[in-house]
Design a protein around this ligand. Structure first.
Ligand code: PRP
Length: 179
């Protein structure tokens, strides 16, 4: 285990099993339909790569890059759009894939933004759901795990751009972000 990690919340094996099950559920729901999967960068990078390989569907992969302002542990609510979609989502089924939903502000921004482009449907899939921190309610269709209000990193999720490469989801030691 990495020296900055307090404990492992979900091991590589836990993630693999859960993502396979999510993939089966999503594949059933969109059977016979075309789907545009939108990975929200950078955090969802690793998750979306694994998730699409568990989807038995005719899909197109796209990415959007957004970031909340600042490198702090708190979301400021100001969302920056750094790279837009390549695809035209008019009349398409869109599945937004997130690594974690915290305040819900990023998701709210994305859903409002995408709605103006008149997709056929918009659904949300997140690996981790931190419900205790929610500031705005946005319905989430597929959830990997409900997580406690701890400082979580790994499997794409960073602290100050570090730890994205950890193959598991872990809790960061307080000493790392309180110094
Ligand atoms: C993280 C995460 C979500 C968002 C969730 O992204 O990937 O997109 O925060 O937080 P919210 O529900 O409070 O809006 P971040 O802005 O840290 O950028 P990153 O994906 O590049 O790590």
């Amino acid at each position: 285990m990495h020296k900055d990690i307090e404990s492992i919340l979900y091991s590589e094996e836990d993630l693999k099993i859960r993502i396979k099950a999510l993939g089966q559920e999503i594949s059933r729901d969109y059977a016979g339909e075309k789907l545009i999967v939108v990975g929200v960068m950078k955090g969802a990078n690793i998750f979306v790569a694994d998730l699409i390989r568990s989807l038995d569907l005719d899909l197109v992969l796209d990415f959007i890059v957004v970031s909340s302002y600042g490198a702090s542990t708190e979301s400021t609510g100001v969302i920056r759009l750094l790279k837009d979609l390549d695809e035209n989502i008019d009349s398409e089924n869109v599945l937004i894939v997130e690594d974690i939903i915290d305040s819900g502000l990023t998701l709210q921004y994305l859903v409002e933004n995408f709605k103006t482009r008149h997709p056929k449907s918009i659904k949300i899939c997140t690996l981790l759901n931190k419900v205790e921190r929610r500031q705005v309610e946005t319905p989430v269709d597929y959830i990997g795990f409900k997580v406690p209000d701890e400082f979580i990193v790994g499997y794409g999720i960073d602290y100050a751009e570090r730890y994205r490469n950890l193959p598991y989801i872990g809790v960061l030691k307080r000493s790392v972000y309180e110094k």
